[in-house]
Design a protein around this ligand. Structure first.
Ligand code: SAH
Length: 294
C-alpha cells in the first residue's frame, strides 16, 4: 500500500518543498498543474505505507510547515489517500510528461514514445522514480540550458552530485566524450547507472560511483575534467569548493547551481578567494547558476 500526499502550494514555495522532500529521501513526487488555473498547483508525494505510520506523516508535515513561513505563507491541510500497490505507479506516472528543455533537449519518461512535435530533439530517457533530477527543477534546467548553449563536444565531463544522472546524459547527448559521475546517495548512483543503460550508454561512456569529490578525483585518474557540473545546495558547494582545483583542469569550465540568487554573493566571494573567476550566468525562479574558470 502507498500513501499519496496532496498539498495545494503556491508556485514560489514549490521548489523549496521539493528540495526538502528530496532531502528526506522522498523522490516519488510530482507537481500537478491545473491547466485552467496556472497559479494553482498541487504537490503530490507517494510514500510506502509501511514506512509511514500516522505519527511519521504528521511529523513530516510539521517539518514542511516552517518552509511556508519563510515565504510568509501557511501550508494548506494535507490530504492523505491510500493507494493499492498496482495503482501507485499508474497514479504517479501519469504526472510525468515529455519535457522539452531549451532548444534541443527532450526529457522523456522511459515508458513513453517521442511525440511527433519533438522528433528533432535529443532525447534523454529517464525513469524518474528513484532520484532527484527529472529535469523539472529550475537548477537542473539552468544547467541543461547552459550545456546546450555551449555544448561540451569531445569533453571529459565531471558530474558531482549526479542525482538521476540527467546532466551527464545531456552532456553526452551534446557531444561529450565521457562522463565521470559521483553521488553520496546510493539510490542516485543506481538511478544514474539505470538511466545511462536506458539511453544505451556503456559503463565506459558514463562511469558512476558512490562518493563525493575524493571519489571523483579517483575516477578522473589524475586527469582533471574539461567541464565540472555541480548542482547541490550552496553550503555544500562551499564546502566542496577547495577541491574543485583537483577535478577541473586550468582553463576548464565549472557550472555551479543549486544556489539561491541571494546566496550567490557569499559563494562568489568564497570561490574568488580560492582563485576562481566567477561569472553569474543565469537565474530562474530565485535559483542561480554560476560559471567558474581559472
Ligand atoms: N545533478 C542532478 C541532481 C542534483 S540534486 C540535477 O542537476 O538534477 C543534488 C545531488 O547531490 C543529490 O543527488 C545528492 O545526493 C547529491 N549530494 C549531496 N551532497 C553531496 C556531496 N557532498 N557529494 C556528492 N554528492 C552530493
Amino acid at each position: 500500500m502507498w500513501w499519496r500526499l496532496s498539498l495545494p502550494v503556491e508556485a514560489e514555495l514549490e521548489e523549496s518543498l521539493l528540495w526538502k522532500l528530496n532531502d528526506l529521501g522522498l523522490h516519488r513526487v510530482a507537481i500537478q498543474h491545473a491547466p485552467e488555473s496556472p497559479d494553482q498547483r498541487t504537490l503530490l508525494a507517494w510514500l510506502p505505507a509501511h514506512e509511514w505510520p500516522e505519527d511519521q506523516r504528521i511529523e513530516l508535515f510539521s517539518s514542511l510547515a516552517p518552509l511556508a513561513l519563510t515565504f510568509g505563507q501557511t501550508l494548506a491541510q494535507p490530504v492523505w489517500d491510500e493507494l493499492a500497490d498496482e495503482d501507485w505507479s499508474r497514479s504517479w506516472k501519469q504526472h510525468w510528461q515529455p519535457d522539452p528543455v531549451g532548444q534541443m533537449l527532450l526529457i522523456l519518461p522511459a515508458w513513453l514514445g517521442v511525440p511527433e512535435e519533438h522528433a528533432q530533439r535529443l532525447v534523454l530517457k529517464m525513469d524518474p522514480g528513484s532520484a532527484f533530477g527529472t529535469g523539472s527543477h529550475p537548477t537542473t534546467r539552468l544547467c541543461l540550458e547552459a550545456l546546450e548553449q555551449q555544448p561540451p563536444a569531445t569533453m571529459r565531463v565531471a558530474d558531482l552530485g549526479c542525482g538521476s544522472g540527467v546532466l551527464g546524459l545531456a552532456a553526452i547527448a551534446l557531444g561529450a566524450r565521457k562522463v565521470l559521475a559521483v553521488d553520496t546517495d546510493s539510490l542516485a548512483v543506481s538511478a544514474t547507472a539505470d538511466n545511462a543503460a536506458l539511453n544505451g550508454l556503456s559503463a565506459d561512456a558514463l562511469r558512476v560511483r558512490q562518493g563525493s569529490v575524493e571519489v571523483l578525483q579517483n575516477l578522473l585518474a589524475q586527469q582533471p575534467a574539461d567541464l565540472l557540473l555541480c548542482n547541490i545546495l550552496a553550503p555544500v558547494i562551499e564546502a566542496l569548493a577547495p577541491h574543485f582545483e583537483a577535478v577541473l583542469r586550468p582553463g576548464g569550465r565549472g557550472l555551479l547551481s543549486g544556489l539561491l540568487v541571494e546566496q550567490a554573493p557569499r559563494l562568489t566571494a568564497v570561490l574568488e578567494g580560492l582563485g576562481w573567476k566567477v561569472r553569474p550566468l543565469a537565474e530562474q525562479a530565485r535559483w542561480g547558476l554560476l560559471e567558474i574558470q581559472r
